[in-house]
Design a protein around this ligand. Structure first.
Ligand code: ATP
Ligand code: MG
Length: 279
């Protein structure tokens, strides 16, 4: 049964006046109303620079949400705050109803939030399969698991995901020998290794040639539709984000400037101005 059906089932009896939902059922229905990720009034400054001011956004479970904005508008800073890479100055970040803004990076990763970086972070001297294996070791963050010989199931999963992103033929090549676009595909596959619930992708298509972009967009959609992974995607490529996301937030100068459907965002004069350097 889908979560939406479950919520509907929990709500229906009382609406029909037949019986009250149990505490557990009504609790479940309540939870369905929360977004998977809820960012509320988050502010973050670096010395005199206010990188994020009072930013609020929702990332609903099972959806692809976009985050756009001109250079320096605070997009990556928000990702760093969500992933626990630095403390926020004020506000709240809730994941699946739980406050995570005080938690450390490793704990947040264990809860199921995984992020990729604007600059790829692959181990250039290791081959693709080894990169995949080390990425799960890191997500569990114990020295024992880092040092343990990778189990067959980890290797199988690594190979299956490399196949999924179209890198099967390159799996035994050092990651440093891959093109930049292929490294981004590898990084995406590495992010999938731990089976995240929420994937934060920082400019996944930047620097990739148009042919690989189409393939990557297709894989992102499949990760969402087939693996059920919720995505929050930072993108500068408007064609890509309009095609991917069901809802888009736009930052400018660290503040939320606009939000809406791709169609609404595309014709929002504030967004157009921000990108043209107006505002
Ligand atoms: N660690 C840091 N120390 C000092 N200033 C920082 C730091 N990280 C970000 N900033 C500043 O915060 C502001 C927002 O930067 P951020 O990287 O979040 O923007 P962005 O929207 O991701 O930009 P881009 O599209 O270029 O990646 C910028 O003025 C940046 O210089
Ligand atoms: Mg950035």
């Amino acid at each position: 049964m889908t979560t939406v059906q479950r919520a509907a089932d929990a709500a229906l009896p009382s609406r029909a006046g037949q019986s009250e939902p149990t505490v557990r059922e009504s609790g479940e229905a309540m939870r369905e109303q929360h977004a998977l990720l809820e960012v509320r009034n988050v502010s973050k400054r670096f010395g005199g620079i206010v990188a994020n001011r009072d930013v609020s956004l929702d990332v609903p479970a099972g959806r692809i949400t976009g985050l756009i904005g001109p250079n320096g508008s605070g997009k990556t800073t928000l990702f760093n705050s969500i992933a626990g890479q630095h403390p926020i100055d004020s506000g709240s970040i809730r994941f699946d109803g739980r406050e995570i803004s005080q938690l450390r990076t490793a704990k947040i990763a264990r809860l199921g939030i995984v992020r990729t970086f604007q600059q790829t972070r692959v181990y250039r001297a290791m081959n693709c399969v080894q990169n995949m294996q080390i990425s799960t070791a890191q997500s569990h963050e114990t020295l024992a698991s880092m040092l343990r010989k990778p189990s067959a199931s980890v290797t199988e999963r690594a190979e299956a995901l490399l196949e999924f992103v179209g890198l099967r033929a390159k799996r035994l090549l050092p990651a440093g020998d891959l093109s930049f676009g292929q490294q981004k595909l590898l990084e995406f596959a590495m992010a999938l290794m731990s089976g995240p619930r929420l994937l934060l992708l920082d400019e996944p298509t930047a620097g990739i040639n148009p042919v690989l972009i189409n393939g990557l967009v297709d894989r992102l959609k499949r990760a969402n539709a087939e693996f059920g992974i919720t995505l929050l995607v930072i993108e500068h490529n408007m064609r890509v984000i309009m095609n991917l996301a069901s809802h888009i937030y736009c930052l400018a100068h660290g503040e939320l400037l606009a939000q809406g459907t791709p169609a609404a965002i595309r014709r929002d004069p504030r967004v157009v101005d921000a990108y043209l350097g107006g505002r």
